[in-house]
Each structure stands twice: as structure tokens, then as C-alpha cells.
Design a protein around this ligand. Sequence first.
Ligand code: ZN
Ligand code: ZN
Length: 115
Amino acid sequence: MCSPTPIEDRRHPDRRKLEIRCSDGHRSDYPYDELRGYCPCASCQGHAPAELVFHPPQHPVEPLDIRPVGNYALTFRWSDGHATGIYRFDLLRALCPCPACRPAGGPDPKELPTR
Ligand SMILES: [Zn+2]
Ligand SMILES: [Zn+2]
């Protein structure tokens, strides 16, 4: 199990995906719109959500800026101006779309950690 410290993030504007590597070597490729749609902030999810809900962005977005928050999360500034989501590493791992993390396809919202 990764103690998920992204050691590399690299944007793929052509593929519209963000790549993050964890300390254990695990590699995640996140589609921009999916990361944005799972933004965990209160204005996207409401207060104290029981489970994280996917809100697809109205227009395709891309991350303009990515910053670490302490040593436990990342925050993104999206091209639609939204920048309040704190993506904890455990959330990022839960959203990882790779076959090893998601053998059944999409994430189970009940398994996603909320704030
Ligand atoms: Zn948000
Ligand atoms: Zn994965």
C-alpha cells in the first residue's frame, strides 16, 4: 500500500490527463474532468457529505496550478476558476483509475473518503 506521496506530477495536455507517481512507484493517470468532478470542497459536495458525489464539469477543465498542502494533500487551481478543493492523498488513491485500483471500473462512492 502506498503512503501516497506524489513524487512527480506531469501534465499531459494532449491527453487531458494528470500523472502522479507515489512513493511506492504506483502511477496514476487522472482525467482532468474526473478529478475536477470529484472536487471534495464544501461548495461542490455540501457540508459533511456522507459520500463523495461526482459533479461533471460543465466545460472541459484543466489544472492551471498544482500545489502541495502540508504533506497530506494537493490542491488544484482549475481553468474554470475553482481552487478550493483539498485532495487528500487517500482520496487521490481512491480515485486512481488504473486497473489495479479499480478492477470493476468506476470508484465506489461509498469507499471514497470525505473530508
Ligand atoms: Zn470544489
Ligand atoms: Zn492505481
